[in-house]
Design a protein around this ligand. Structure first.
Ligand SMILES: Nc1nc2c(c(=O)[nH]1)N[C@H]1C(S)=C(S)[C@@H](COP(=O)(O)O)O[C@H]1N2
Ligand SMILES: [Mo]
Length: 162
């Protein structure tokens, strides 16, 4: 009886890490494995509507976006709610799709949205695909950015204004 040679044990393929950068004291470079290991895992059962393919249902797992971005320490005084409410997050995917959230949407003192950076979608770990932004309070799917490559954090400035 011939023996099938054992498959070499290789670590699962990983995408490039993504960055949390901008007006932050401690910029971060994180893999999906880092997200899994360094923060508490939350779960979101969501249904969102896609303009082209209709309602989509998924179960996501991953850390809260506000906890991950919090570790990068956005350059606001955490005790000053009005200053926190000026901050924006721009989340980019590898294909150029991008979106913005206000920090206040996810801040527990404001909108309190439990947005996730998912490490798992349904039965699939996202180490190969890349982390996915999950905005459970959104009715439509456009902000569920897949294969996240970067999160820019910074203060909203009004062009030409005070
Ligand atoms: N990187 C990236 N993420 C994306 C998009 C995209 O074009 N690029 N499309 C969004 C839109 S419009 C929808 S409806 C959902 C679709 O998610 P699904 O492919 O899991 O159904 O992904 C979102 N995330
Ligand atoms: Mo969509």
């Amino acid at each position: 009886m011939s023996r099938v040679p054992a498959q070499p044990r290789t670590a699962p393929a990983q995408t490039r890490p993504f960055t949390v950068h901008g007006e932050v004291a401690s910029p971060l470079t994180l893999s999906v494995a880092d997200l899994r290991e360094r923060w508490d895992e939350h779960r979101a059962d969501v249904t969102f509507d896609c303009a082209t393919s209709g309602p989509q249902h998924h179960t996501f797992h991953g850390p809260l976006l506000r906890e991950v971005v919090g570790l990068a320490a956005p350059r606001f005084d955490p005790g000053k709610r009005k200053l926190r409410s000026r901050f924006l997050l721009a989340v980019s995917g590898g294909d150029g799709h991008r979106t913005v959230l206000a920090w206040a949407e996810i801040d527990a003192d404001f909108g309190g949205c439990p947005a996730l950076l998912a490490t798992r979608m349904d039965d699939e770990d996202l180490d190969t695909a890349g982390a996915q932004l999950v905005v459970p309070t959104d009715r439509c799917g456009a902000r569920y950015i897949s294969a996240v490559t970067g999160i820019w954090v910074g203060e909203c400035r009004v062009p030409g204004g005070l």
